[in-house]
Write a protein that binds this ligand. Structure first.
Ligand code: SAM
Length: 234
């Protein structure tokens, strides 16, 4: 699968693409990651990509041309039109299900905004406007990194021996993952649940299922239609 990320700050994404599971997936030839500096697609000789908002108001808005030109250049380089996603707090909410759907695309372009946001006509150039949550970041780069890593994990073969996607939170519906334990058996007086040492696989499976639901109800009752617990500050 091919990922193209378009940003004013490719340097923020270099370490993301160069490390961990994403590095391994590239080395195995399972994914390609291409970072693009949006300024290089500006029609302006000084690389200007923003302007004042029509109608007035604070801040600057990113112009549509550089994004359009970037998408055209990516399509030419990839030999196909990528599925284009604009990162935006106004987008549909990113979930594990969205990541699984995106991972079926052969080519995905992630467009990062900055400043007060992006000219609305860029939405029309894209297939999806996507938000990673109900809060506002200063730019789309961290959101793109989240979408990139989560989606890449769903590409067959990327998740290897050291982790398993199938037991992850959200993987099979609105349920969190079960609690995990490793050595030592007793840590500062806290013991590993006896059942996990029993060797009885059916008993362990049932315990994990029950604990996963217990944690879901405690931390994320909204997933099963109940109201959320209070936030840490009340
Ligand atoms: N004025 C915009 C609004 O109220 O919707 C927010 C602009 S934000 C400061 C700048 C850029 O950060 C956005 O264009 C988007 O690319 C990115 N961004 C901010 N929060 C985001 C989120 N929750 N999900 C995805 N992208 C986000």
């Amino acid at each position: 699968m091919r990922f193209d990320l378009v940003t004013l700050h490719p340097e923020m994404l270099v370490p993301v693409a160069a490390g961990g599971i994403l590095r391994g997936a590239q080395d195995k030839g399972l994914i390609e990651i291409h970072l693009h500096d949006l300024r290089l697609f500006s029609p302006d000789e000084h690389g200007i990509v923003d302007d004042r908002p029509f109608g007035g108001g604070a801040g600057m808005v990113m112009r549509p041309e550089p994004f359009a030109r970037a998408l055209e250049a990516i399509a030419a380089a990839a030999g196909r039109r990528p599925y284009a996603v604009l990162l935006s707090p106004q987008g549909v909410r990113f979930t594990q299900q969205v990541a699984q759907d995106l991972a079926r695309q052969p080519a995905l372009a992630l467009l990062c905004g900055r400043y007060e946001g992006v000219d609305e006509r860029v939405v029309a150039l894209c297939d999806l406007e996507l938000s990673i949550g109900d809060y506002v970041l200063a730019g789309g780069e961290l959101a793109a990194a989240v979408v990139l890593e989560t989606t890449a994990r769903m590409v067959p073969g990327v998740v290897g021996r050291h982790e398993s996607a199938a037991t992850d939170s959200f993987y099979s519906g609105p349920k969190l993952g079960y609690p995990q334990y490793t050595r030592p058996r007793v840590f500062r007086g806290m013991e590993v649940p006896e059942v996990l040492l029993s060797g009885d696989h059916e008993k362990i499976r049932r315990w994990r299922e029950r604990e996963a639901w217990r944690k879901t109800l405690r931390n994320r009752p909204d997933l099963v239609g109940l109201s959320l617990p209070p936030t840490p500050t009340g």
